[in-house]
Design a protein. Structure first.
Length: 70
């Protein structure tokens, strides 16, 4: 999916993340991966739906407005 079609993108604050994996589990697009114990978003596939942010129990994922060219 192109970033042009996404209004918001999830940003994971690694310092706040408790590594519970709920974002990974609930992402409907499979856009979150566990890389060496840290969760990361694959923005090539993320639709910006916000499910990961809503499911995060410590609110370590914010939905930031998409910027052109990123």
């Amino acid at each position: 999916m192109s970033a042009l079609l996404r209004s918001f993108r999830p940003v994971i604050n690694q310092d706040e993340c408790r590594k519970c994996g709920l974002c990974y589990t609930y992402c409907p697009e499979g856009s979150i991966a566990n890389i060496d114990g840290n969760y990361a978003v694959d923005y090539r596939h993320c639709k910006g739906c916000g499910v990961c942010s809503n499911e995060c129990p410590v609110k370590a994922i914010t939905m930031d407005r998409e910027k052109a060219g990123e």
